[in-house]
Write a protein that binds this ligand. Sequence first.
Ligand code: NAP
Length: 250
Amino acid sequence: MRLAGKVAVITGSSRGIGAAIAQEYCAQGAKVVINYVHSEAQAQALADKLNQDGHNAIAIKADVTERAEIKQLFEQAVAAFGKIDILVNNAGINKRGWFDEVTDEAWDEIMGVNLKGPFICCQEVFPYMQAQQGGRIINISSVAGQYHGPKTVHYAVSKAGLNSLTKVIARYGAEHNILVNAVAPGIVRTDQTADEIDSPAGRKVIDMTLLKKAARMEDITSACVMLASDEQQYMTAQVLAVSGGAILGA
Ligand code: NAP
C-alpha cells in the first residue's frame, strides 16, 4: 500500500488514463475524488465500484476551466476526506489539425482545458497543501509537448506549456514541501486515441518509439504512483517521459 492514508483529486477521471490512475491509487490505499465534466454515469459507476470493493471514492462534476467549479471541487474533497495530498492534473482534450486548419476556437478550447485548467487547479489547491506543508502535483503532459509534431499544433503547444508550468510551480512549491512533476505518456489506448491507435497514423507514432509498441495503462499509472508516494521525496520540476523511448531527452 504505497499511498495509504493519502487523499488524491484526479481531474478528468471518468474514463481513460484518469480512471486508471484513480483505480490504481485506490489499490495503493488512497481515497480518491473522481472528477468529470460530461460523463456523470461513468464517473459515478467508477466511484460505486471502488466503494463496493472497499475503497473510498466520490465523483464530483467540475469543469477545469471554471475557477468557481474548481474551488468547489476542492472544498467538497476536503469536506469528504479532510485534506488533499495529491492533485493529478489529467483532464485533457486533443484535436488533430495542420497549422492552417487550426481555428481560434479550437486553439482556445485546447489551451483552456490542457493549460489554463491545470493552472487554475494548481492555484486553487496550493493553499490546502501550503497549510499542511506538503503535497504532490502531477501534471499529465504528453510526448507531443517534447516532439512538437506538425499535426498537433495547439495540443503540442498546450503540453509544452504544461511542462513549463510544472517547473514554475515546482519553484513555488519547494519551500512548502510541495513536489510538482509531469508524466508525459506516449500513445495508450483510450477514447482520445481510439480512432488513431490502430490506423497507419497510429502505427507511425508507435514506430517512432525505440520499443515499437504502445504504452500499457500500467506503465503510466505506476509512474503516477511513484511520484505521489513517500518513497520518492527528491524529484521535483521534472517531466518524466513514459514514451517507449520516443523522446531521448538531454
Ligand atoms: P480521454 O479518454 O478522452 O478522457 C478525458 C478525460 O478528461 C475525461 O474524464 C473527461 O471527462 C475529462 N475532461 C475533458 N474536459 C474536461 C474539463 N473541461 N474539465 C474536467 N474534465 C474534463 O483522454 P485520455 O486519453 O485518458 O487522456 C488523459 C490525459 O492524458 C490528457 O491530458 C491527455 O492529453 C493525456 N495523454 C493521453 C495520451 C493517450 O495516448 N491517450 C497520450 C499522452 C497524453 P468527461 O468524461 O466528463 O468528458
